[in-house]
Design a binder for this molecule. Structure first.
Ligand code: FE
Ligand code: ZN
Length: 486
């Protein structure tokens, strides 16, 4: 652009140019000059060479900021940032004796922590202990020890806290409240607003601990990804060996389209959400469906496969109900006695179930998912084909195993390991053998399916698994891609 033209366009915006600035501007391309003019509009009336420098510098900086995240990285060039919250893992610190005192401690801890979450709500700040309820309007927080449906279609809860117990009636005429209340399950902790009637409380409002409506999801600054798998069931005749090998080959960048290989390059973490092997003696007649009948050999086999995962990928392994460890939850890590090969590789982190971890600043809870059996069999509109919906209920209840003495054996630890005190950015489960992805109030809820074909047992129950699909979470964008390997 001619210098006179440059002077003109700046003058039109009431901006004067220092001669030094003018000579610098005349070296620039037209679109660059226009960009600077745009930026200078809100600045001083004269552009000195010093001020001009800041206009140019800022432009460069902004460019870098925009470009940096888009830069393609290979996860091998990135150092891992993995923090496993060992204080939330029961491995090596299960003190439960299973005695009555232990139970009381467990329930008190559960009640107090969930009540604390509920009390963060304005409406539940001034609740009354159940033992001190007076006639009239009441606000209480209590644990549900019984849920009944009356013949007339009311829902009747028996609710208690350390001071007393009271029946709560949800009227058959309460419409939305009644519908909401169908999601109440035994042993969960609720906030109840209502009024007394005879010796019971008629509910006007029911509050689940739930997640805050607005929450910012944390993301990784670098463009890396997390792969989630579970329920490989190695050792079973139904284990899909070829498909699993394909998955491993893909992580190595050996197969897939260009786009898929770029995605594979981003993987920095892999979480295996339990049921690594099919186990031995898990259900009657299992021996007929086992290709590998020895537990140690089942683990040896999966360790062999995992050797194929590229070196730079950190692997977190949690236990599931088919694994060689106690069934009661929280579960300890799979023991070294059964899986020595998994303990020799330093990038494999052998953890209990559930496991809390932070991966490049993103908080993940991985829980095998056995309590989904309770949710799916007890609550309305739930099914194994939508495990993510059942997982959302766990988030709303802020508890991974809401019911004690349901289908999940629980070990009454003095501290309840299953409470979701802090909402995670990702909640990962398996167990349902069905892939499912959703977002609930800023939490990425993901069920990672399986690598086992439909078993005869599942066929009888009409369960249709979705094997060989792997959700890959882009930790930078927080988007999920499902890769299919069959
Ligand atoms: Fe499983
Ligand atoms: Zn399972």
């Amino acid at each position: 652009m001619e210098t006179t033209n440059i002077v003109d366009i700046f003058l039109k915006c009431n901006i004067n140019l220092h001669p030094g600035t003018l000579s610098e501007l005349s070296k620039l391309k037209d679109d660059e000059i226009e960009r600077i003019l745009k930026k200078a509009k809100d600045g001083p009336r004269v552009i000195t060479p010093e001020y001009f420098k800041t206009l140019i510098d800022k432009e460069e900086e902004a460019e870098v900021l925009v470009r940096r995240p888009k830069k393609r990285v290979h996860a091998a060039e990135i150092d891992s940032e993995i923090k496993i919250k060992h204080e939330r893992d029961v491995t090596n610190k299960s003190f439960s004796q299973g005695d009555i005192e232990g139970f009381i401690k467990y329930f008190n801890n559960k009640f107090e922590r969930l009540a604390k979450i509920l009390k963060e709500r304005d409406i539940l700040r001034d609740t009354t202990p159940i033992g001190r309820i007076k006639e009239g309007e009441v606000k209480i927080i209590g644990m549900v020890c019984e849920v009944r449906n009356s013949k007339k279609g009311h829902i009747i809860l028996e609710v208690e806290d350390p001071t007393g117990a009271v029946p709560v009636l949800i009227s058959n005429k309460s419409g939305e409240l009644l519908e909401l209340s169908r999601n109440i399950i035994r042993d969960e902790v609720l906030g109840i607003v209502g009024k007394t009637w005879k010796d019971m409380v008629i509910a006007d409002e029911i509050h689940f601990p739930d997640l805050p409506v607005r929450r910012e999801t944390k993301k990784s600054e670098v463009d890396i990804a997390l792969a989630l798998i579970s329920d490989t069931h190695v050792g079973s005749t139904k284990f899909l060996e070829n498909e699993f090998k394909k998955f491993i080959k893909w992580t190595r960048g050996e197969i897939g389209s260009v786009k898929q290989r770029i995605l594979a390059e981003k993987i920095k973490y892999l979480i295996i959400g339990g049921d690594l092997v099919d186990g031995v003696g898990i259900y009657p007649g299992q021996e007929n469906e086992l290709e590998i009948k020895d537990l140690n050999m089942q683990y040896e086999r999966i360790a062999k496969y995992l050797e194929g995962i590229p070196e730079h990928i950190e692997i977190i392994v949690i236990s599931g109900n088919h694994d060689a460890v106690r069934q009661a939850e929280p579960q300890l890590a799979i023991s070294e006695d059964f899986a020595p090969q998994l303990y020799t590789d330093p990038r494999i982190h052998m953890m209990g179930n559930p496991c809390h971890a932070s991966l490049h600043g993103v908080d993940v809870i991985s829980y095998h998912g056995r309590s989904l059996d309770d949710i799916i069999s007890t609550l309305p509109n739930q099914s194994y084909s939508k495990p993510e919906k059942a997982m959302v209920e766990l988030l709303r209840k802020r508890h991974l195993v809401p019911t004690y003495g349901g289908k999940v054996p629980l070990s009454p630890e003095a501290v309840d390991y299953m409470i979701i005190d802090e909402p995670p950015d990702i909640l990962h489960s398996g167990h349902a053998h069905h892939i499912g992805v959703t977002n609930y109030r800023g939490v990425n809820v993901i069920n990672s399916g399986t690598f086992q074909e439909q078993t005869s047992f599942q066929k009888k129950l009409n369960m249709m698994p979705t094997p060989a699909r792997v959700p890959i979470v882009d930790l930078h964008e927080m988007t999920t891609t499902i890769m299919r390997f069959m």
